[in-house]
Design a protein around this ligand. Structure first.
Ligand SMILES: [Zn+2]
Length: 433
């Protein structure tokens, strides 16, 4: 089965597996029951009550049948897709399913998923997930639930969700508690409300945040605070026709000038030249589009750029990477999958086995943004260097593992395996990647 066919199967599955029909039938059943209850309450006499209940039997069982038919359709489409999925992969070789290094790490994986959901702003889903990911001993109903030790409980709610959408007092297993889901949730809620404001072209919440964290941002060498203020200046400069703000003295060129006077002073040391350029543009305010300042004032992408750099700085001040680690890991895994499947197929044909437990037998090309920790493989021993056996650089510039050099050396002297140069072992310098 080709990938294209699988994609069309997936499309079919997505359409057929919708629960809309079942939900509608459940709603209809509820309607029938509610109206029967009203009838009983209104009549308030035993005879008509039993009549109402008798009349209820047929429509209820019909409705239940309808729900079952709806669910049956969904199950059928799930089965059909499962089969085509399995078939698609059978044709491409199988994965080494006997080797599952993550098998014993359920808690870590659950934590990564919960964290991902929190970071994505899916607070409701995260809460449900955290609740349901508890060890089964806590979730299975036990008759004497009072005698159980109290599970730590935490109130998780997104500040801007209506009360009925809040889930409170979800019991959190201790290791999930450890990453302080509620505190993080509040932080991410703040992040999302700032990002929403940025989408509306409202820079104030972001500027406010940058100002509050000014010291930390500066320590990181971040220009975010200035970039935000600069954008606010340009935004005002462009005037009511462009920004849709009221045509007052707070807006347009006078508004921008006032904003600059009130806010740019603290940036003078680091960004003087740029501030000068921004202010010189005043001269061209009538025909900015034809001026040398045209590019400086082109802010087509500026809001998206500050939004992504805001996200990055916000996450890094929380000690988190800008991209969700789960997203990066899953994407990298998906990129590596075709090679892995191919390699497994070749190995099976040759009847060889997976020999290394902690590394892959082939290289996976990943985009630069996904490379974090460089590794070095010694060209002599073909082994990966470790803390105990670090890479060393020879004065000629060639690099190999320390143990390989020691093996090559005769006494204190060595001959480089890659070029004619010779030297003494103690001149080789350890390198840290
Ligand atoms: Zn050399």
């Amino acid at each position: 089965m080709s990938l294209l066919e699988l994609q069309s199967e997936l499309k079919k599955f997505n359409q057929a597996s919708k629960l809309t029909g079942a939900v509608q039938d459940v709603d209809r059943l509820i309607e029938v029951l509610v109206s029967a209850r009203e009838e009983v309450a209104a009549a308030n006499d035993p005879h008509s009550t039993s009549l109402t209940l008798t009349k209820l039997q047929n429509p209820v069982s019909a409705q239940l049948d309808a729900i079952n038919t709806d669910l049956g359709r969904v199950h059928k489409s799930q089965n059909a897709f499962y089969k085509s999925f399995a078939r698609a992969f059978k044709d491409r070789g199988t994965l080494p399913t006997d080797h599952d290094p993550m098998g014993s790490q359920t808690a870590l994986i659950n934590r990564a998923i919960a964290m991902h959901l929190l970071r994505e702003g899916q607070f409701g889903v995260a809460t449900t997930f955290i609740k349901e990911a508890q060890p089964s001993s806590q979730t299975t109903s036990q008759p004497s639930s009072q005698s159980q030790p109290q599970t730590p409980s935490i109130t998780i709610s997104r500040p801007d969700t209506p009360p009925d959408a809040m889930i409170t007092d979800a019991a959190i297993p201790s290791d999930l508690m450890a990453f302080q889901s509620q505190a993080l949730q509040e932080k991410f809620a703040a992040m999302y409300s700032t990002l929403t404001a940025l989408k509306r072209r409202d820079l104030y919440p972001a500027i406010q945040w940058a100002r509050e964290n000014s010291k930390e941002l500066e320590a990181r060498g971040s220009n975010l605070e200035f970039e935000l203020c600069k954008l606010q200046f340009i935004w005002l400069f462009k005037g009511p026709f462009f920004n849709g703000l009221p045509a007052t003295m707070e807006n347009g060129v006078p508004g921008a000038l006032r904003y600059a006077r009130e806010n740019f002073a603290s940036f003078q040391q680091r960004h003087l030249r740029e501030i000068q350029r921004l202010c010189c543009a005043m001269v061209y305010s009538q025909n900015l589009a034809d001026s040398p300042y045209r590019t400086l004032f082109d802010i087509t992408l500026a809001f998206d750029e500050v939004a992504s750099s805001f996200t990055r700085e916000f996450c890094s001040l929380l000690g988190l990477s800008a991209e969700s680690p789960l997203y990066v890991a899953a994407t990298a895994g998906a990129l590596a999958l075709p090679n892995l499947v191919k390699w497994t197929g070749i190995n099976k044909a040759k009847n060889t086995e997976w020999t290394t437990q902690n590394e892959l037998a082939f290289e996976t090309p990943l985009p630069k943004s996904m490379l974090y920790h460089s590794i070095f493989v010694c060209p002599v021993s073909r082994g990966q260097t470790t803390d105990a056996n670090p890479p060393v650089i020879l004065p000629c510039g060639h690099v190999l593992a320390k143990e390989s050099l020691q093996k090559l050396a005769k006494g204190s002297r060595y001959k480089c395996p890659y070029c004619p140069s010779e030297g003494v072992v103690k001149d080789a310098k350890e390198i840290i990647l």
